[in-house]
Design a protein. Structure first.
Length: 477
């Protein structure tokens, strides 16, 4: 008999017909009531195994974690908490699960413990919810851009350039580390390497997306990016995913409008399609915060926070205006900030960004026109000669979630900036060609996908919103 998804059965209005479900046992009560989950929903369906109908040897094999199939009649549930249940007529054990060894018994497990057995954490309610939301958000992003006529560009993972100028990149090589070829002056002979030049894992698909935008007008990339930062924090990953649109003939206002529309679309789509998962994660967060002092608890529950960003227009102000607000704020004057703001030109930290969003404006914030000295070489210089047409979007609980800018399309200005930052012009000639031949104003931004999932799920550690986290000292699987 064809397998039915548990989600479909729980949403069905009809009963009294034969169904077949296959999934994993969450609990088995009184040797009679089997709670089964197949990952299609956070909810389980109950199968009732009537006493004396099944062999005792089979019943003993129905343990938490076992993979089973149940065929029987879908009936209205006699118990509370579910509309329907299955009156089991046939039970098949596909995979046994030894209850003495299985680490995911039906009790509460800490996230730290689950990270230690992350190959099994998909099977928990929490991570099932997180990764269904991640899936929905991913689809929403593609749908948002597709519906607006954008072209999806696959930017390279192996690259010869450093888009950010950060230098913290993973080297890609096939050279024998025990016998590295050297040049006459003792340097590594990269011409003997696979690509005959120094190559790295990409930190961004932006520069390649610019090439696409200057022919196709509206493009976006959505792929993995890598940073070799030795940061063991709840906010950093060595491998993460980025969404990076680039739009020709676009200015800073266009860029802000696109980013705000995209964020609201993702939030709205998730609220509409992941209601059960969001409600579960909201309750999980509320339960977790009961043990915290009042001043450390979230001001808004998860669903309230999502609707807050969906229902409010984002406040827009310049970096200069933000600096004045921060310098005059109580936390700054009383030196409560870890990084006290003393002058214009300071690089804003997460604590400053969250103060603007959560305390001062109580709305999502878009900051614009940052000092050129703290931004990347490709951002367009403003007429004042000291700021660039950049924009960052700040969210409650997260701080910066989107960073973008108008790109510097003027060849002479771009060359001057690259020379000042010691970026090799010859290696970047392909990029400069877009400014030599048919250049035009254009803009774009980057959204760190895992930060978006942190916001959508209310999870506190970025390692818990990506299936296989890559961090310093950790590259399992």
């Amino acid at each position: 008999m064809k397998r039915s998804k548990i989600k479909d059965l729980l949403n069905s209005e009809s009963t009294g017909h034969q169904v077949c479900v296959k999934g994993w046992v969450r609990t088995f009560r009184n040797s009679q009531f089997i709670a089964i989950n197949d990952g299609s929903t956070i909810n389980t369906i109950q199968a009732v195994a009537t006493l004396d109908k099944f062999d005792s040897a089979l019943i003993k094999r129905i343990t938490t974690g076992a993979a089973i199939g149940v065929t029987g009649q879908l009936i209205e549930s006699l118990g509370k908490g579910q509309k329907v249940e299955i009156l089991a007529e046939e039970i098949v054990i596909y995979g046994d699960c030894d209850p003495e060894k299985y680490p995911l018994q039906p009790k509460k497990h800490s996230l730290e413990f689950l990270r230690e057995i992350s190959h099994l954490r998909f099977r928990t309610s929490t991570f099932g919810a997180v990764f269904r939301i991640r899936n929905a958000a991913s689809f929403a992003i593609h749908k948002f851009f597709n519906d607006r006529g954008f072209v999806y560009i696959h930017s390279p993972i192996i690259t010869g350039s450093d888009a950010e100028g950060a230098g913290e990149m993973f080297r890609v090589t096939t050279l024998d580390m025990d016998n590295v070829p050297k040049t006459v002056d003792g340097k590594v002979d990269v011409k003997k390497d696979f690509f005959a030049k120094e190559t790295n894992l990409t930190v961004s698909g932006q520069l390649e997306a610019e090439l696409g935008a200057l022919a196709l007008s509206d493009v976006y990339t959505f792929g993995p990016t890598f940073r070799a930062e030795n940061s063991n924090t709840s906010r950093h990953l060595a491998e993460f995913w980025m969404i990076e649109p680039e739009v020709a003939f676009s200015d800073l206002t266009d860029n802000m409008n696109l980013a705000e529309d995209m964020l609201k679309y993702i939030i709205g789509y998730t609220l509409n399609h992941c209601k059960d998962d969001l409600e579960f994660l909201e309750q999980r967060l509320l339960d977790e915060e009961k043990s915290k002092p009042q001043n450390e608890r979230s001001e808004m529950a998860l669903l309230e926070k999502l609707k807050f960003c969906l229902d409010n227009d984002f406040v827009r102000l310049t970096y200069t205006e933000a600096i004045q607000i921060l310098m005059n704020s109580k936390p700054n004057k009383k030196k409560k900030f870890q990084f006290v703001i003393e002058e214009w030109g300071a690089d804003l930290q997460s604590e400053h960004e969250r103060y603007l969003v959560e305390t001062h404006f109580k709305k999502p914030v878009i900051l614009t026109d940052y000092p050129a000295s703290i931004k990347a070489f490709y951002m367009r210089m403003n007429e004042d000669g000291k700021t660039v047409g950049a924009m960052d979007i700040l969210f409650p609980g997260i701080g910066e979630i989107v960073g973008g800018s108008v790109r510097e399309e003027r060849l002479n200005v771009l060359i001057e900036k690259m020379e000042a930052m010691d970026i090799p012009l010859e290696e970047m000639s392909w990029f400069l060609d877009t400014r030599r031949f048919g250049t035009c104003p254009h803009a774009g931004f980057g959204l760190g996908f895992e930060r978006m999932i942190l916001f959508l799920t209310g999870m506190g550690n970025i390692r818990d919103v990506i299936p296989f986290p890559r961090t310093p000292g950790n590259a399992g699987f």
